[in-house]
Ligand binder design. Structure first.
Ligand SMILES: *Cc1c(COP(=O)(O)O)cnc(C)c1O
Length: 398
């Protein structure tokens, strides 16, 4: 039975019941509407993080609630011995949004890291060689995806990986050429916008170079759009800005707008045909409930023209933020994925100050704030943060 929480006792209950991998939760949240979330003491916050780039439609969006409710009342889970209409609808829709050619396919899972595990298995099954990933890359926490994650502190406690990974500097054509020339590379994994690294977009030129070089060297190009995909940058997928077709794409976070789902898209028969029946699987992945909700998220983004809105609020915020305080040295990213770079390590203190002032933001690293708000953020809400930020910066610097 769930105990009724009294104000303030949640911290103690958390630490006596939950594994300590996330540190201390900042708040105990109770409910939300739109971009506003309310804690268990009744305080309201403007959420500019959206559950880490997940809640594309904000909280309790009517279309999302309706999709969950309707599908739950109909049929939620059936196992992958069977298919369902929502699964077929979502797969076809994903292929069309991804502009995937004939012979492309989708594999559904429950998270970003699982979407990447499927991608890794496809690459290694086709050609068992090294995988190249980028410095500062983040691909997830399960052992395969973790091997491609750059930060040593995340990886090293768990010993050497069975996957042979080489990290190279992003946007460095020479090093990539040099590694691919050795001939043993299975795949190159890139995040078109490196999210956890502090919102660092790769140049379009580099994305095109990765595409050309992997083709020349019989390696696959995998784009990890777990964070930057599903409309977050103002286009359905960030790599589309470079006008390239990857071999594999992974996505998750915003796909279900808060309902867990991940997807791995294989572009064309040369990758879609690699794994055969029995070579990969999942119990929960692609269930009717998750797929119906993802369909509703995509339909709402389309019907409410949210990609155009995301581009508009992104441009508005990035222009205003660049000019709002001298300690801001750069604003990176676009749409609903922005990194605010400061000239010193104040991001951690700013998260606390912002929260006390009613804004939820995140420190992607000690000198960068990350904003990944719901796509339904209004211009007035965006402006309220821009207006408050200079005062917050001054308060943490004094
Ligand atoms: C969040 C993230 C992942 C991992 O997704 P999970 O759902 O947490 O497993 C993988 N790649 C990128 C780029 C991410 O931002």
């Amino acid at each position: 039975m769930i105990q009724q929480s009294t104000p303030g006792d949640w911290q103690e209950r958390y630490h006596s019941a939950l594994l300590g991998v996330f540190g201390s939760p900042q708040l105990c949240l109770d409910h939300g509407y739109g971009c506003i979330v309310v804690d268990s003491d009744g305080n309201e916050y403007l959420d500019l993080l959206g559950g880490i780039a997940v809640n594309a439609l904000g909280y309790a969006h009517p279309a999302w609630v309706k999709a969950v409710t309707h599908q739950a009342e109909t049929l939620a889970h059936v196992s992958n011995f069977f298919t369902t209409r929502p699964q077929l609808d979502l797969a076809e829709k994903m292929l069309s949004l991804a502009k995937a050619p004939e012979g492309s396919a989708v594999f559904f899972s429950n998270s970003g890291t699982e979407a990447n595990e499927a991608a890794i298995k496809i690459c290694l099954a086709r050609k068992n060689g090294r995988i190249i990933a980028l410095d500062h890359a983040f691909h997830g926490r399960t052992l395969g995806a973790l091997a491609l994650t750059h930060k040593a502190a995340y990886r090293q406690p768990f010993g050497p990986s069975a996957i042979d990974v080489t990290f190279v500097a992003p946007d460095d054509h020479g090093t990539l050429c040099h590694e691919l020339d050795k001939g043993d590379v299975s795949a190159v994994f890139v995040e078109p916008v490196q999210g956890e690294a502090g919102v660092v977009p790769l140049s379009r030129e580099y994305l095109r170079q990765v595409r050309e070089l992997t083709v020349c060297h019989d390696a696959l190009m995998v784009v990890d759009e777990v964070q930057c995909g599903m409309g977050r940058t103002g286009r359905w997928f960030a790599h589309q800005g470079a006008h390239i077709t990857p071999d594999v794409m992974t996505t998750a976070k915003a796909l279900g707008g808060g309902f867990p789902i991940g997807a791995t898209v294989t572009f064309g028969p040369h990758v879609s045909g690699v794994l055969t029946a029995g070579q990969h699987g999942t119990t929960f992945g692609g269930n009717a409930l998750a797929c119906a909700v993802a369909c509703a998220v995509i339909s709402t983004i389309e019907s409410d023209d949210l990609l155009a809105h995301v581009r508009k609020i992104g441009a508005l915020m990035s222009t205003a933020l660049q000019q709002c305080h001298p300690s801001i040295t750069q604003v990176r990213g676009s749409g609903a994925l922005l990194g605010i770079q400061f000239d010193s390590d104040i991001a951690g203190d700013l998260v606390v100050a912002a929260r006390d002032a009613g804004f939820i933001v995140n420190a992607a690293n000690p000198s960068t704030l990350r904003l990944a708000p719901p796509y339904v953020l209004t211009e007035a809400q965006a402006q309220s943060f821009v207006d408050a930020l200079p005062g917050l910066i001054d308060s943490v610097r004094s």
